[in-house]
Design a protein. Structure first.
Length: 280
């Protein structure tokens, strides 16, 4: 009886795993095969689960007809700049909040947490006015600074837990040798935060890369427009046609690099998140 129950539990577990995998992977698989199908095959009454017939026309349309290369470069500049600035400011703030004693530390932490609770639409109007008044509307720097609203709080929260988990004896030894807090951070503590930096940097980059609302509101034309609003603005041969093939091809182009990055750094991501959660 126990063996039968054990076998039944194992079968249910594997069925659950298969369901989760199919549910998670199938949308991406459908986007990939749709990007290789001709437009008429996408609207067939009985669509095939294989890219038959096979074509690369949608990928050619994305890079030839649309200004997609410029949009990719804009996304790389904006997401990369926001990530670097978030890591720079986040490391300084997290080290102060996690290692240095000062009374309002908990209040600052709660304030950082409160910043993540507001939806983007709630700050959209005020941020739009600030960028217009500062002359940063439709600029790469304006987008980078606006993205700090959601990348910086996440960076600070993850790194605070990670800094708290580092041995305090390292700091004390550095202070005995005459090092300042900034020298201790740069020379002693920072080299030990590799997994935490990789985790926060990669996740902040993904969030900035996929951001849509700010990029749509604060950009005009292709000069600064990033990938998400560029894909949303794809047009078909007629005003009533939605170019699903080109949209799927562009989505695959911008998603594959992120998937590769996550697969390459997955161990460091798990190590960074675990260290920040458990040791803090």
């Amino acid at each position: 009886m126990r063996a039968f129950l054990r076998m039944g539990n194992r079968l249910l577990f594997y069925l659950l795993v298969v369901f989760v995998v199919v549910y998670s992977v199938f949308p991406f698989y459908w986007a990939v095969i749709s990007s290789f199908k001709p437009s008429d095959a996408l609207f067939a009454s009985n669509p095939s689960l294989l890219p038959l017939p096979f074509t690369l026309d949608h990928y050619r349309n994305v890079f030839i007809q649309a200004n997609f290369g410029r949009n990719l470069l804009n996304s790389l500049m904006v997401a990369g700049g926001a990530t670097l600035l978030s890591l720079t400011l986040g490391v300084l703030a997290a080290y102060a909040l996690g290692r240095l004693p000062f009374p309002p530390k908990n209040a600052v932490l709660y304030l950082v947490l409160a910043m993540t609770m507001f939806p983007q639409i709630a700050v959209l109007g005020g941020l739009f006015m600030l960028l217009r008044q500062a002359g940063l509307f439709n600029t790469h720097l304006g987008l980078i600074l606006s993205y700090l609203l959601f990348t910086l709080p996440f960076t600070v929260w993850v790194l605070v837990g990670y800094f708290k988990g580092l041995p305090r004896e390292l700091e004390e030894a550095a202070y005995v040798d005459g090092a300042t807090p900034l020298q201790t951070l740069v020379r002693i503590m920072l080299p030990l935060t590799g997994p935490g930096l990789v985790t926060t940097g990669l996740l902040a980059f993904i969030a900035a890369w996929n951001e849509y609302l700010f990029a749509l509101t604060f950009t005009v034309g292709d000069k600064v427009k990033t990938v998400p609003p560029a894909i949303a603005s794809f047009g078909g041969a007629t005003p009533f046609e939605i170019p699903w093939g080109s949209i799927m091809a562009a989505s695959v182009v911008v998603t594959v690099p992120l998937v590769v990055l996550v697969l390459v750094f997955q161990q460091r991501i798990v190590a960074g998140l675990t260290a920040g959660a458990v040791k803090g």
